[in-house]
Design a protein around this ligand. Structure first.
Ligand code: ADP
Ligand code: MG
Length: 343
């Protein structure tokens, strides 16, 4: 049985790269580019455990479901918390890959550094079940560094900060691998929760996770000085009356909610820098630090971290797709530490 062999032309072997993120899953297909980019969310029928929706469609159900629907994120806080739904997600994404000879294709799955060997083995097992023979796993931080355009194979050390949904990962790379790394749970979901708590305690308003995330994306900021204050509306349920209520929130308020978790992130960066070998520290001073992941899009993040750490921070060109873009080169240079990246 090979469900991926669809189409009329003779199936070809291709390289396939997967970024299995806590918030979003992306798939790269050699020759076609990014063919899948959707939230890592699955909705199940609570009673039969059948899949009702995956990706965008399932994400739209968050906070709006009923008892009969169970909504699951296969990864939480940077670890695979539900292997079965992780498998379903990958299966679903790979269904989009048509006319491919999977048996001769190579699949690369990028996961957070916290994913255990056992979980890595299960992912390999899953791909094998789908007919893939050649599969390997790489660290997201490394793939993200490559996707951001860093020459991670050189002896010139570089540092990558990735602020995703469930975890913030920091890694120092040299000669094609990670030298020092750290992972904390202070990331996108944590910011959303902080906004929810703030709205509840400051404004007596209960809001859902989706609303909190929208507020963060719309007016999230780390600007020390806010000249033209942005605002947005937040709708939810009044804590006292229990009735629907709508209020206006300001950028300054959200900035003040985001600063404490970003102090934690900046302290973790300092810790990694303290554990970095001296020669590589010198390289990082020269090269600066690249920021990947959705968190990189928070206004003023580069200046904020520069003020705290004293080093230069650069926002990756495509913070949300850098990892899956990095798989392209990793697939090409598979297993080699000393390959010079070429386009
Ligand atoms: P993961 O690798 O864990 O799947 P991503 O790198 O895809 O995570 O980032 C997803 C996180 O980034 C989510 O928490 C999302 O709310 C957040 N995010 C996306 N866009 C923005 C934005 N413009 N501003 C702030 N946060 C954002
Ligand atoms: Mg990620």
């Amino acid at each position: 049985m090979n469900m991926l062999k669809i189409g009329k032309e003779k199936p070809q072997a291709k390289n396939i790269g997967i970024d299995l993120g806590t918030a979003n899953m992306l798939v790269y297909l050699e020759g076609d580019g990014i063919i899948f980019n959707e939230p890592s969310v699955i909705a199940f029928d609570y009673y039969t455990h059948e899949v009702i929706a995956i990706g965008h469609q399932a994400a739209n159900m968050i906070g709006r479901g009923h008892q009969g629907i169970k909504i699951v994120s296969p990864l939480t806080q940077g670890v695979i918390s539900d292997m079965d739904s992780a498998k379903k997600m990958i299966e679903h994404a790979l269904k989009k890959v048509e006319n491919i000879n999977v048996e001769s294709s190579t699949v690369l799955i990028c996961c957070p550094s916290e994913v255990t060997q056992l979980e890595r083995d299960s992912l390999i097992g899953l791909a094998q079940k789908l007919g893939v023979r050649d599969i390997f796993i790489e660290e997201e931080v490394k793939a993200g560094g490559i996707g951001a355009g860093l020459d991670v194979y050189s002896s010139n050390g570089s540092m990558v900060l990735d602020i995703g949904g469930g975890s913030t990962d920091i890694g120092v790379l040299s000669l094609g691998d990670i030298v020092v790394s750290e992972s904390i749970r202070t990331a996108g979901n944590y910011f959303d929760n902080a906004i929810m708590n703030y709205m509840q305690y400051e404004h007596g308003l209960l809001i859902g996770k989706t609303t909190a995330e929208r507020i963060k994306v719309e007016i999230g900021s780390l600007n020390e000085e806010i000249t033209e204050e942005r605002t947005t509306t937040a709708s939810g349920r009044d804590v006292v009356t229990g009735l629907p209520k709508k209020i206006v929130v300001t950028e300054t308020e959200i900035r003040d909610v985001l600063i404490p978790p970003f102090e934690t992130i900046s302290n973790t960066i300092l810790k990694v820098l303290q554990n970095t070998p001296a020669e590589l520290s010198a390289d990082i001073i020269k090269n600066g630090i690249v920021i990947n992941g959705g968190g990189a899009l928070i206004t003023g993040i580069d200046k904020f971290l520069n003020n705290r750490i004293g080093l230069d921070f650069y926002i990756s060109k495509n913070p949300l797709t850098a990892i899956v873009e990095g798989t392209k080169l990793l697939l090409k240079n598979r297993g080699s530490y000393f390959v010079k990246p070429t386009e």
